[in-house]
Ligand binder design. Structure first.
Ligand SMILES: Cc1cc2nc3c(=O)[nH]c(=O)nc-3n(C[C@H](O)[C@H](O)[C@H](O)COP(=O)(O)OP(=O)(O)OC[C@H]3O[C@@H](n4cnc5c(N)ncnc54)[C@H](O)[C@@H]3O)c2cc1C
Length: 489
């Protein structure tokens, strides 16, 4: 983990001035238009609580401010500079994505990554840049957050959400409970489930004896402790390979990546669908199309970036073993024995590059909501759901990324919970996870929340419209006080 993520330079200071001026030209931030609400206890109600200040949470937060929805709070369980994977569990030198991607800027040119980079390295530097360095991306996100004045409460977690009268009630790790109208769960790739653990007869991920010997590749790992060790790695995709490389670079003796498949997946399908038509249109398709697209995507897998494979190829001690699935894993005092379809291996430690699972039941903060949330499996035939068990576990979300009740009326206010995380891909496409879809996703989310808040308060808004006074003509000879007007307002 690197503590130094903020960058300072004269160029950046200058860009900040330009960006703030651009925002002022856009009349940012506009006034809050959402009427205040109070709970039964007389305390003010929060309009939107955003959980998670990674890329998606901060972009949603900024989008809401820009929309004039300003009674919001953004909480983040990690400390400042440790939001998301970039400075915690990501182990690749550069992003996979091409450098030109936009999204966190929400369309403001001086807030793009390119502007941020050019301010420090000039146009030449931009031309020479191959891909975005991992920590540069984090520094850039934090810079955008600062310039748009989005306040984040670091070190605060959401523990539980439940219905409370007309609102949701959120319980925070600080002991605070607050009433909220809308909750956005921007809590990351595992935000709709958790780590995926392989199922082996002799392995229990909850057993503390795994400590120091069995790691999930998305956990924080002290690689210095793996120096001189022989490592077995389950998985051959990006994260597995980057973890193998990081271990070897930290002095591990051997790192062997195993796959069930006979070779690496070859085509990154998400790259081919990364254009506005697909991004905007996929969530508007009927269920058959959406199911067809994402069951295919999930099965296709995605190759590791060639940069990761080249990094691995250069390291002595690295090897792939294809077509050799693991059958069992036995954690012992000084290592781990792995039984594969081809033999038995002994490792000092193993790393499981098995990714994330979608399973709302694992999200403790969702409590009783999870059991009544409609899943894609509920919308397909039993045969389809069984044949595509992973896809079937994805939540079936509405157009505002909101959860939908399976049994209507059983869990009031479920529809006020918006899942702006990886769990939304079957319903909306990759709009709340990867960088390319972020602009479309955050815009859709913000607009939908804006519609909903307006609709819920339409009576107040119309009353205000009736009561509105605006002495436009007061400076002229033709001003008529309200009580003397006739025929026209
Ligand atoms: C290793 C890795 C490399 C990636 N590389 C790329 C890439 O090159 N290009 C690309 O487009 N995408 C990439 N992605 C995918 C995606 O861009 C990232 O996962 C990105 O971080 C997603 O942003 P997010 O805001 O959804 O989640 P995150 O950035 O993970 O943010 C979620 C935040 O929520 C917080 N949180 C979780 N639960 C709570 C709670 N209960 N209370 C308070 N806070 C909470 C977390 O601490 C976290 O900071 C990569 C992902 C990984 C894991």
């Amino acid at each position: 983990m690197d503590g130094i993520v903020e960058r300072h330079s004269a160029g950046l200071d200058e860009l900040e001035k330009v960006a703030r001026h651009d925002l002022a030209r856009l009349n940012y931030p506009p006034a809050n238009w959402v009427p205040e609400k109070t709970g039964a206890d007389g305390k003010p109600v929060l309009d939107v609580l955003i959980v998670g200040a990674g890329m998606c949470g901060q972009t949603a937060g900024w989008g809401l401010l820009r929309e004039g929805i300003r009674n919001i709070r953004v909480i983040e369980r990690n400390s400042h500079g440790h939001e998301g994977p970039w400075n915690t569990t990501a182990r690749m030198p550069t992003l996979r994505s091409p450098k030109h991607l936009t999204g966190p800027d929400l369309g403001v040119p001086s807030l793009t990554f390119r502007a941020w980079y050019e301010a420090q390295h000039g146009a030449d530097g931009w031309e020479k840049l191959y891909k975005i360095a991992r920590l540069d991306w984090l520094s850039y996100l934090l810079w955008v957050r600062k310039v748009v004045d989005l306040k984040v409460e670091n070190g605060v977690s959401l523990l539980k959400v439940e219905a409370a009268g007309n609102f949701l009630q959120a319980s925070l790790s600080t002991g605070e409970t607050l009433l909220v109208r809308k909750l956005i769960l921007a809590n990351g790739r595992d935000g709709s489930g958790g780590f995926r653990w392989p199922s082996f007869p002799s392995f229990d991920p909850e057993d503390p004896s795994r400590e120091g010997r069995v790691f999930h590749t998305l956990e924080e790992i002290d690689f210095a402790k793996l120096k001189g060790k022989r490592l077995g790695i389950l998985g051959v995709l990006a994260t597995a390979i980057d973890n193998a490389c990081t271990a070897l670079e930290a002095g591990a003796a051997e790192a062997i990546c195993y796959a069930r498949r006979p070779h690496l997946p070859q085509v990154n399908k998400s790259k081919g669908v990364s254009f506005p038509g697909f991004q905007r249109g996929q969530g508007m398709l009927d269920d058959d199309w959406r199911w067809k697209i994402y069951t295919y995507m999930l099965a296709a897998g995605s190759p590791p970036p060639h940069e990761s494979v080249l990094r691995a190829q250069r390291l002595p001690g690295f090897a792939f073993r294809f077509a050799e699935p693991w059958l069992d894993m036995i954690v012992e005092k000084n290592g781990v024995t792995v039984k594969t379809t081809k033999g038995t291996e002994r490792f000092d430690a193993v790393l499981l590059g098995t990714g994330f699972d979608i399973d709302l039941a694992r999200r403790l903060e969702l409590g009783s909501f999870a059991a009544n949330a409609t899943l894609w499996g509920d919308r397909r035939t039993p045969a389809e759901a069984t044949a595509n068990a992973e896809a079937a576990r994805y939540p079936y979300l509405g157009p505002a990324f909101e959860l939908i009740e399976k049994v209507p009326g059983r869990t009031p206010h479920m529809g006020d919970i918006h899942l702006f995380n990886w769990g939304s891909i079957l319903s909306h496409g990759a709009l709340a996870g990867d960088i390319p879809g972020l602009f479309v996703g955050s815009t859709r989310l913000v607009q939908s929340i804006s519609h909903a808040l307006f609709r819920e308060d339409v009576e107040t808004h119309v009353e205000n419209m009736y009561a509105q006074e605006d002495p436009e003509l007061a400076p002229t000879d033709y001003f008529v006080p309200r009580e003397r007007r006739s025929g026209t307002l």
